[in-house]
Design a protein around this ligand. Structure first.
Ligand SMILES: [Zn+2]
Length: 162
């Protein structure tokens, strides 16, 4: 059995995500314009409202920005995990078992979901089913800092990094 991580063509996924994000953002803005127009605002009124939302990162543009940030964070996590698996493969590691290491970045951002997985061991293919770090399975979603390591790695306590 191959231990390859099977995230093929990560670059094309990134393109797809960015494209989908642009389509979604356009639809969101068009919807807001329609709502404002239905509410009786003039074109200038709509322009001013959208500009104010953009400047303040309000409900419309704040949401767009948060979505893009979240997805980019998730893609970086995926790319990092892929690189780690490549290192394992190059080193001739022939086990597909991976151990979950829960990482809390800062003390104020403890995800309620991740600690229960700390030290859990599954095959890589099973982690892909139940949720890789940062894949969106947990409350922390794409901001997940957790990692999968080789089973031989001494895991110890939950890792907190500043
Ligand atoms: Zn986590």
């Amino acid at each position: 059995m191959s231990i390859s991580f099977e995230i093929e063509g990560l670059e094309s996924y990134i393109d797809e995500v960015i494209e989908a994000e642009a389509v979604w953002a356009t639809a969101l803005i068009e919807k807001e314009i329609a709502i404002l127009r239905a509410g009786g605002l003039s074109d200038e009124g709509i322009r001013l409202r959208l500009q104010a939302d953009f400047d303040a990162k309000g409900p419309i543009f704040g949401q767009i920005e948060n979505n893009i940030k979240g997805h980019v964070a998730g893609l970086i996590t995926a790319a990092s995990a892929q690189a780690q698996e490549d290192v394992y493969q190059d080193a001739g590691i022939d086990t597909d078992l991976r151990q979950w290491v829960t990482v809390n970045r800062g003390t104020d951002k403890v995800c309620p979901d991740c600690p229960s997985r700390h030290g859990q061991i599954e095959r890589l293919i099973d982690w892909q089913d139940i949720g890789l770090p940062g894949s969106g399975w947990s409350v922390c979603g794409p901001h997940d800092e957790c990692i999968l390591v080789l089973v031989e790695t001494e895991v110890g306590e939950i890792v907190s990094v500043p």
